[in-house]
Ligand binder design. Structure first.
Ligand code: GLN
Length: 555
């Protein structure tokens, strides 16, 4: 609109009602996949009403994983769903928070941009929100921009965003916008009934703000019966055919197909006045078929300290499942709390029967000796190991200790340690502010020819995303190599170790970057594919023909 370029862009707004965690992110991502099936270019944007500038400074228990984009934004984990479902990269423009919006407005106010005026939520905050939407639309050049509003309708902090999208639809024209509202239709066991009241209330709330939803997606434990559907349509003023159900499922990748079965794509396209052909989801269907009929299964231990909250490891879990698609194996994740491996703990039962051990990224000292112990266990027992970020750093500490440097440690946990095999990166030494100050985003990495990593990628140079402050201390490279731990990938100038491998081990690869962020179901990450294949070969179980024929749902 702003520059006339995006005049034909269509917008799909996704709001949520009743309770949080209904799966708005996955619904938005699934809609993205449906639009792609119709050959439309899509871009997604998530508005988060919280006041933090980004989730980078939040505890994983608060917010789950921090997703990192190529251009180095620390963003909401829903961007991970967007990338996995649409197979397209997101960017800094794909996520905006109340903190960012207010930050920008306050900066302008101090600069004098509003000199003489009173700065207010309407129009200044709402204008800033709208401008972010225009900016993404212009940069992405997509046919359809899908905008997810975080939080639940009725929250105080979400109001400016809802007001902004209401205005936005007036600005660009209502026929270029679809409002989709995700609600909950709970099943009350005692009454044996699905209840529509929460949906009625939440739509009423939305209408009070001036937004009439075009489509309802009703999250429910049981399929909606005709009477329930009719009642919802009547009370919410949404056409019967636009009351769509989203029944709980174990496999999120099935959701685009379930939505298409109810013609959600057709409804959206019609509403947006876009040509509605058949749409091609065959590649997606093939992927699901492969996922459902693996040749066997393998247990993989994931050793972390936020294992109580699975959202902290969202991309890791998904990337393992993708690796399973590539290796034709169902991956069962065994969660191991790193603190359970510490002290005199008997580690063997934790790892009994696993085909592989993965140590993911993390921060802080708690549980660190347990992670080091996990790397040691994998090294000593020849169990395939994939270390990611902190998982590389603990593997380095373990190898150094095994080589006789008994006090090897990371400066993250003890700045004065005797052998700081992991040290602060030079560029990090001056940093005093938290938030957005780590080494973030995509950087190139050159791989040593013939290394496991190079073979897995089938490439000599790759680009991967980062989020760390510490690095392998180059002064110890020789000592580590003598112990069998080789640097097999580094920054193009050779100075920053990006990949290490144990040469005398069946499969032991650790990386300073986060490969999980780039894995997609249609394009499993090569390192995850190779790791799962190695784990499956080492400790997997092949299914009998009968088991194989039975549908397996791995997620
Ligand atoms: N805490 C480590 C660092 O800052 C590892 C970070 C991570 O695992 N993402 O370098």
């Amino acid at each position: 609109m702003a520059d006339g370029k995006e005049d034909n862009t269509r917008y799909i707004f996704v709001t949520g009602g009743v309770i949080s965690s209904l799966g708005k992110g996955i619904a938005s991502a699934s809609i993205g996949r449906l639009m792609i099936a119709h050959d439309l270019g899509v871009a997604l944007l998530k508005f988060d009403p919280y006041i933090n500038v980004d989730p980078g400074t939040m505890n994983p228990y608060q917010h789950g994983e921090v997703y990192v984009t190529d251009d180095g934004a620390e963003a909401d984990l829903d961007l991970g769903h967007y990338e996995r479902f649409t197979d397209r990269p997101t960017s800094r423009l794909s996520n905006a928070t109340t903190g960012m919006v207010y930050g920008a407005v306050i900066e302008k106010e101090r600069r004098g941009d509003y000199l003489g005026g009173t700065v207010q939520v309407i129009p200044h905050i709402t204008d800033e929100i709208k401008s972010r939407l225009h900016k993404l639309a212009a940069a992405a050049g997509a046919n359809v921009v899908i905008v997810e509003i975080g939080g639940t309708v009725g929250d105080i902090e979400g109001l400016p965003f809802l007001e902004a999208i209401r205005q936005f639809a007036l600005d660009v024209g209502r026929r270029r916008c679809v409002f989709i509202h995700l609600t909950l239709v709970p099943y009350i066991g005692g009454a044996g009934e699905l209840k529509t009241k929460p949906t009625q209330h939440s739509v009423r709330e939305l209408r009070a703000i001036g937004i009439q939803p075009d489509v309802l997606i009703c999250r429910t434990a049981r399929p909606l019966d005709d009477a329930t559907r009719a009642k919802i349509a009547l009370f919410t003023n949404v056409p019967l055919e636009a009351v769509v159900e989203a029944v709980d499922t174990d496999n999120i990748y099935d959701i685009p197909l379930r939505l298409r079965k109810q013609n959600l794509d057709g409804l959206i396209l019609e509403r947006l006045d876009l040509p509605a052909g058949e749409g091609d989801l065959s590649g997606w269907e093939d992927m699901l078929e492969r996922m459902r009929h693996p040749g066997g299964e393998v247990d993989i231990a994931v050793v972390g300290k936020y294992t109580g909250l699975r959202d902290s490891y969202k991309s890791i879990i998904e990337a393992l499942a993708h690796g399973g698609i590539a290796a034709a194996a169902r991956v069962n994740v065994r969660w191991v709390e790193s603190t359970d491996l510490e002290g005199d703990a008997d580690q063997a039962p934790c790892f009994d029967g696993v085909g592989g051990i993965l140590v993911p990224g993390g921060f802080g000292e708690r549980g660190i000796e347990g992670k080091i112990a996990a790397a040691r266990y994998a090294r000593e027992n020849g169990i395939p190991y994939l270390g990611i970020c902190l998982g590389l750093q603990v593997a380095v500490i373990d190898a150094a200790r095994a080589a006789g440097l008994e006090e090897a440690y990371s400066m993250e946990f003890d700045v004065d340690c005797r052998d700081p095999v992991i040290c602060l990166m030079d560029e990090q030494k001056k940093v005093t502010r938290m938030g957005g100050t780590m080494r973030l985003g995509a950087y190139p990495c050159v791989l040593v020819e013939g290394s496991r990593a190079a073979r897995a990628y089938g490439a000599a140079e790759v680009s991967e995303r980062h989020r760390h402050r510490y690095e392998l201390n180059n002064e110890y490279r020789e000592a580590l190599a003598a112990a069998g731990l080789e640097v097999t990938g580094a920054s193009p100038d050779g100075l920053l170790a990006e990949v290490v491998e144990l040469s005398n081990h069946p499969w032991f690869v650790a990386v300073q970057f986060h490969p999980e962020l780039k894995s997609r179901p249609l394009a499993p990450h090569p390192l995850f594919a190779a790791f799962v294949a190695a784990a499956y070969a080492a400790g997997g179980r092949t299914y009998s023909p009968e088991e194989r024929a039975a549908s397996k749902i791995p997620l």
